[in-house]
Design a protein around this ligand. Structure first.
Ligand SMILES: [Ca+2]
Length: 141
């Protein structure tokens, strides 16, 4: 197991450097969007934006290696299991949150990123597990 983890970490690092076109040590939306378009044309670009929004705590539009590692986990899982959009969005959100339960504040941000404007008060729950999340999103899509 340890060996596998090391090699996937190395592979991830290699990919990060490929994406980081200007070698700034950070990747921005354009760099990541370009890479995803070339390598994973079916991956929803809205999830790239969503992940940037979730991962980018200081709002400068850049993601670092650690944040990218989380994003890459989502990409790999979605490719391996052929997830649908709602599934990918949920996975991206929960991976970035480090929790399977998503708060309604976060849910509002996720929905906004998908172009859906709702207020916290309009949501039925204060915390969403996967099933709640799917129900809530499907209601708006
Ligand atoms: Ca860069």
């Amino acid at each position: 197991m340890g060996g596998t983890r090391t090699s996937s970490k190395k592979e991830m690092s290699k990919i990060f450097h490929i994406i980081d076109l200007d070698s700034s040590g950070m990747i921005d939306r354009l760099e990541i969007a370009k890479y995803m378009k070339n390598n994973y044309p079916n991956f929803p670009i809205v999830v790239v934006d969503l992940f940037l929004m979730l991962a980018d705590k200081d709002g400068n539009g850049q993601i670092d290696k650690k944040e990218f590692a989380d994003f890459y986990k989502v990409v790999q899982a979605s490719v391996a299991t052929d997830m649908d959009l709602v599934d990918i969005v949920y996975t991206a959100t929960s991976v970035s949150e480090g929790s399977e339960n998503i708060t309604n504040t976060r849910m509002v941000n996720v929905l906004r990123c998908l172009g859906i404007n709702v207020s916290k008060e309009e949501l039925s729950n204060v915390s969403f597990n996967k099933e709640d999340f799917q129900k809530e999103i499907e209601q708006f899509l």
